[in-house]
Design a protein around this ligand. Structure first.
Ligand code: AMP
Ligand code: GLY
Length: 429
């Protein structure tokens, strides 16, 4: 089977996906829209925006693409997968209806309620007075969420009822997140430790992938503002075979069955944000894509052919490839390097040197997130999160040491990273 593949996205997640897909013997051609300076070495990058559904569909048709792999959620929520399937192109990524798991928090919570999936107690609101009445019944902290996509910022953990009411009113008025916030979910706060859990599915069969732990705050010791993720490692230290079984049986399986029952089967990767409270898993949120940086620590751990797996999920024969899958036993750890200013306004167009040297470091892969090759050949930082330095090691400490050794080889004074990625999994110093 020789496949022409279109990968949609341009971050480090897509660099990791391109790196994996290009290694497959089945890969005849790989295009990436829009890609970045790192992806260029594996794929032909085409300047189409990730949410330009029309242009992506047209491109896939013109190039006779066999499989489209979609990285980010925005094009999925906008119906890219539906459009492509309508014209007979296989897609690794859910339909717009199934992507509501991420695109509408209320939809996700209602599905949980219907399927008895353990999650925080909640209600949905469009009316501020009704929201106030529910807030009165809860004990702070109280969690207020915009229903729609809000670029990862639509969640407020309010420490008082007053703060919860203010957050709810700001969202409902449209002031906080526009249309994404005119419906909200208010829920109880769950106090525990978080992990990310990933499976692939073709709508029926489920392939467990991995657990990982992200680091959302910008600075060491979990200080500073929230970000898209400053580093990750896999597998997560608190994962056990018993916990994984509970997550699969109580959360993942009923979700896949619930979606199939309402005729929106889920095809693609499903990312569950899990809160572990006293060894019991609760679903915090779903994302309909790989996490980033989590993707960068999951992809390199497979001993096998990712393209074969993506194609199998997209075409409904995932069950038949399951027995080919082997995981490396070592730990992967990724340190994100961001431009100073991130997650606010990042410094742009600064020059990154010595990346070639870091790339050669032992057991290290450098993934690009927001880079551009300037006309003079230098590598420039073009966004907030700019690079992901992933290393493999026998345990978290070894992977961390290798990753930071490579980080320290990179000459980029305008960049920064956290120095404590993996700290939860390491003995206290
Ligand atoms: P989300 O955008 O849904 O991922 O929420 C962002 C973050 O808010 C999560 O990663 C959690 O750390 C936190 N969070 C969301 N919902 C809850 C909850 N019910 N209890 C505790 N923390 C939560
Ligand atoms: N790393 C968190 C996310 O991708 O949403």
């Amino acid at each position: 089977m020789r496949l022409k593949v279109l990968l949609v996205g341009g971050g480090a997640r897509e660099h990791a996906l391109a790196w994996a897909i290009a290694q497959s013997a089945d890969c005849e051609a790989l295009y990436c829209a829009p890609g970045n300076a790192g992806i260029e070495s594996f794929a032909e990058c085409v300047p189409i925006a990730i949410d330009d559904v029309e242009a992506l569909t047209l491109f896939a048709q013109e190039k006779a693409i066999d499989l489209v792999v979609v990285g980010p959620e925005a094009p999925l929520v906008k119906g890219l997968a539906d459009k492509l399937r309508d014209i007979g192109i296989a897609v690794f990524g859910p339909s717009a209806n199934a992507a509501r798991l991420e695109g509408s928090k209320g939809f996700m919570k209602d599905l949980c309620a219907q399927q008895n999936i353990p999650t925080a107690r909640y209600q949905r609101f469009t009316d501020p007075a009704a929201a106030d009445a529910f807030i009165e019944t809860l004990h702070p902290p109280i969690v207020v969420k915009a229903d729609g996509l809000a670029a990862g910022k639509g969640v407020v953990i309010a420490q008082t009822k007053k703060e919860a009411r203010r957050a709810a009113h700001d969202m409902l008025s449209g002031n906080a997140f526009g249309a994404a916030g005119t419906e909200i979910v208010i829920e109880e706060f769950l106090d525990g430790e978080e992990l990310s859990y990933f499976v692939l599915t073709d709508g029926v069969s489920v392939l467990p992938l991995a657990s990982a732990q992200d680091h959302k705050r910008a600075y060491d010791h979990d200080q500073g503002p929230n970000t898209g993720g400053m580093g990750a490692y896999a597998p997560a230290h608190l994962m056990t075979p018993e916990l994984e079984q509970k997550i699969l049986e109580r959360i993942i399986q009923p979700t896949i069955e619930g979606l199939a029952a309402i005729e929106c089967p889920y095809i693609g990767v499903l990312y569950a944000g899990i809160m572990v409270v006293k060894d019991e898993p609760y679903l915090i949120e779903y994302n309909v894509r790989f996490g980033d940086p989590e993707c960068q620590v999951i992809i390199p751990r497979l001993q096998g052919d990712w393209l074969e797996i993506f194609a199998a999920a997209a075409n409904g024969w995932l069950e038949s490839v399951k027995e080919n899958i082997r995981w490396r036993t070592d730990t992967a750890l990724c340190v994100v390097m961001a431009a100073q200013g991130y997650p606010g306004e990042p410094m742009k167009n600064t020059t990154i040197k010595n990346l070639e040297v870091a790339q050669e470091a032992e057991d290290v892969i450098v993934f690009h997130a927001a880079t551009r090759r300037a006309d003079d050949g230098t590598l420039r930082a073009m966004g907030g999160r700019v690079l992901g330095i992933t290393a493999m090691g026998a345990d978290v400490a070894q992977a961390r040491d290798k990753a930071y050794k490579a980080v320290d080889m990179i000459d980029w004074p305008e960049g920064f990273c956290r120095r404590d990625i993996g700290w939860r999994a390491l003995p206290k110093a």
